[in-house]
Design a protein around this ligand. Structure first.
Ligand SMILES: [Fe+2]
Length: 446
């Protein structure tokens, strides 16, 4: 095992914020147990450095006693660098103060450098995560027929069995409960047969209550983060948050089997193949088992998942970074729409999941634009000298309709699901092109 560390703090540094250069990376192998606008083909239609920050220096730092990095947890069979990420603490409100601007800049810098950040859970969130994890375990331990009954033919919410999801043509071993906007059948959007709109088939109200409260809390963090990113980028207020009114936020509650106890449908040791996620932010919690790998932004690796699928991207190549569990923190990575809106300044984070020696539970909340949002790159971000020369998006006139992007991704990932069959059979996909579905806040004419 070889640790490549460098001094993180420069005492006496005169900048407003002493940056923690959070790329302490250790290279190691496993040594102990411990995610286009076109219709998809085939369809017709840190051991953290801690110091006492001034009150205005709100980015970081958990007291050392609260840091509990689960080292030595990398899944067997993988070779990767191990991230030691800085942990940021979000303010109660984002007001645009100098401290907020500095924090926003620090967050943007961290994503551009590492592709991922950690934020500290509040005390309430710790309790909510523990409750959500317990509910997740209670759900996944139900008999298969009970879980399999939790599906809906209109929304993509509900149960996804291990081996049902496909990434780059290979079955994933993840077992999932997906939560999308829980709409009553009487909702006008459901009655108008809008794609992906429908109820969430909860197994019981206890799971619904706990996870709804947790998601609402994560949603608050999502909005704060977007406001901070706007400040960090120096773009107009609302450049990102204008799209998240009635955002199409959703969640994937995940269980991964131990690598020696799979159903054989996928690839040995692979939990989820490499991919990028669809929207703006992914705020995630994981238990102490470990399995997440990400790639840092690189000038050599160019991709745009909304144009050409990034599924399977560099999956077996070198250059992956393992993200060990850190108790009391959420990780935050970026999605396709953040990359698009910022004109490649903030890149979507490629990630994948490996299976470990024990079963693993994680929880990924996706903070998204509204289903009806039609987005274009932020003007102030166009023409800037970005890392991805030659891949600028200024020439895009039509913009991206988030609902179409989301629907394409789910059709692609769940080609055999009842929801996909109904969506296609009822020609719902056609509605995505209508004015009604491309105007934020508009409801169907009754
Ligand atoms: Fe993902």
């Amino acid at each position: 095992m070889k640790f490549l560390t460098r001094p993180l703090l420069r005492p006496g540094q005169s900048t407003t914020i002493r940056k923690v250069m959070a790329d302490n990376i250790a290279t190691m192998t496993h040594s102990s147990p411990g995610a286009g606008m076109a219709m998809p083909p085939g369809f017709d239609i840190k051991s953290a450095q801690c110091f006492r920050p001034k009150p205005s220096e709100r980015h970081c730092r958990l007291p050392a006693k609260d840091i509990n990095v689960q080292n030595g947890t990398m899944p067997p069979g993988y070779k990767a660098q191990v991230a030691q990420l800085d942990t940021f603490e979000l303010p109660a409100r984002v007001t645009g103060s100098l401290g907020d601007r500095a924090l926003g800049k620090a967050l943007v810098d961290a994503w551009r450098r590492h592709g991922i950040i950690q934020i500290a859970m509040s005390r309430t969130q710790k309790a909510l995560w523990n409750s959500a994890k317990a509910e997740s375990q209670r759900f996944f331990r139900r008999p298969h027929h009970e879980k399999a009954a939790c599906v809906d033919s209109e929304s993509y919410a509900g149960y996804i069995a291990s081996g049902e999801e496909v990434t780059d043509g290979i079955a994933d071993y993840s077992e999932i409960f997906t939560i999308t906007k829980d709409l009553d059948p009487s909702d006008p959007r459901v009655r108008a047969r809008w794609p992906c709109h429908g109820p969430c088939p909860w197994p019981d109200t206890r799971m619904k209550d706990v996870m709804t409260r947790y998601n609402n809390s994560l949603g608050n963090d999502g909005e704060k983060l977007l406001g901070l990113i706007e400040l960090g980028l120096g773009v107009s207020p609302g450049s990102l948050t204008r799209y998240t009114q009635d955002g199409w936020h959703h969640t994937r509650v995940l269980r991964f089997p131990p690598r020696n106890a799979t159903n054989g449908k996928g690839k040995e040791g692979r939990g989820i193949g490499s991919h990028t996620d669809y929207g703006l932010l992914v705020i995630a919690a994981q238990d102490d088992v470990g399995g997440l790998f990400i790639r840092r932004p690189s000038q050599k690796e160019q991709f745009a998942n909304w144009k050409k699928s990034a599924a399977g991207l560099l999956e077996d190549d070198e250059g992956w970074v393992y993200v060990p569990p850190v108790d009391g923190t959420h990780t935050v990575i970026l999605g396709d729409m953040m990359q698009y809106l910022t004109n490649n300044y903030l890149m979507a984070t490629p990630h994948k999941v490996g299976l470990n020696t024990r079963e693993r539970f994680s929880y990924a909340y996706f903070h998204e634009p509204a289903f009806q949002a039609v987005m274009k790159p932020i003007e102030e971000m166009c023409g800037r000298d970005h890392q991805q020369e030659g891949s600028k998006e200024e020439e895009s006139d039509e913009g991206i309709h988030y609902g179409t992007h989301f629907t394409n991704m789910f059709i692609r990932n769940y080609p055999d699901r009842i929801t996909t069959a109904r969506l296609l059979a009822e020609d719902r996909y056609r509605l995505l092109a209508t004015e009604e579905l491309r105007t934020m806040g508009r409801l169907p004419a009754s």
